[in-house]
Design a protein around this ligand. Structure first.
Ligand code: PDD
Length: 285
């Protein structure tokens, strides 16, 4: 039985209860993070907490926790749930009100919930061990504030389900200009002629921590050029390689889009180099 954190208590998951009047439940009014941890070592803890703090201020939830307070919760969850391969889910909702009224209520305490769940072992940079993704595509129908990591994920859930129902692992999304935005729960990249290209950080995508770490490591290592610029779907279908990234998956090669092979249909050499650089450097963040 997993032990979760809820409002200052560590309790078995089955005992964790919140009010149905919690605005997280009624409105999806909250912010969350997912931090990966391998054998007790978290990847990107500080940038994850910084992003959560940015999200909380963007929606006017005043929690005021320090990095140290979050670190204690994460360390305790790792200790109480076994220190294998875990993702730490951190969730802050605006809290429980007595009525259902859209405006932000004053004087309610945020609800803080965190739990750990098992994730696969850290990916290894080995073409024979990685399973490439098959993805679907869909016009991005979410809102124009995708930089906020809101718990209101129905738009993402519906996009993921679209791919899932076709047997796809993810759904690549594109805007009204036919430009790639991201995937339903991952950032997206193409590789063309050895250059890694990914859409810039703006309101159409979540500024992924894996994206941040990967681009920073690639630029520091220097052998693979990186560009942040709009990418059309024509470029996606014409790419040599396509990848998606997220905290629990790192860099995942995409081998098929809408039933068509990416490049020659095999896992690419640039993916291998990038995942090698990521695996070597990720614990420095
Ligand atoms: N998903 N874009 C979206 C829409 C996401 O939901 C995520 C993460 C990412 C990648 O961000 P990061 O590298 O910081 O994990 C991009 C998380 C893991 C989830 O919802 O489970």
């Amino acid at each position: 039985m997993s032990i979760v954190y809820l409002n200052n208590s560590y309790i078995p998951m089955a005992e964790a209860k919140i009010s149905p009047m919690d605005r997280g439940f009624l409105f999806g009014d909250g912010i969350y993070e997912v931090v990966p941890s391998y054998n007790g070592q978290m990847v990107g803890f500080a940038p994850h907490i910084d992003r959560m703090n940015n999200g909380l201020s963007a929606v006017g939830i005043e929690l005021g926790w320090s990095h140290q307070q979050w670190k204690e919760v994460c360390d305790n969850l790792i200790e109480k749930n076994g220190s294998g391969n875990l993702a730490l889910y951190l969730h802050v909702s605006r809290g429980a009100d007595t009525k259902r009224f859209h405006a932000y209520p004053e004087d309610i305490e945020p609800t803080v919930f965190a739990f750990a769940f098992e994730i696969p072992p850290a990916p290894v940079p080995d073409k024979s061990k990685v399973v490439g993704y098959k993805v679907a595509t869909h016009r991005d129908l979410r809102w124009e504030r995708c930089q906020i990591k809101s718990t209101a994920l129905l738009g993402n859930v519906m996009h993921f389900q679209h791919g899932y129902e076709q047997g796809a692992n993810e759904t690549l999304l594109y805007n009204e200009r036919n430009e790639l935005t991201e995937a339903s729960a991952c950032n997206a990249y193409i590789v063309k002629d050895g250059v890694v290209i990914t859409p810039p950080v703006d309101n159409q995508i979540l500024a992924g921590i894996t994206r941040h770490i990967l681009l920073d490591l690639l630029r520091k290592e220097g052998s693979i050029p990186v560009e942040e610029r709009p990418v059309t779907m024509d470029e996606v279908f014409d790419a040599d390689e396509v990848w998606v990234t997220s905290s629990s998956k790192e860099v995942v090669p995409v081998i098929e889009i809408d039933g068509q092979p990416v490049g020659d249909g095999n896992i690419g050499d640039v993916w291998l180099a990038a995942q090698t650089i990521y695996s070597a450097g990720k614990l420095n963040y």
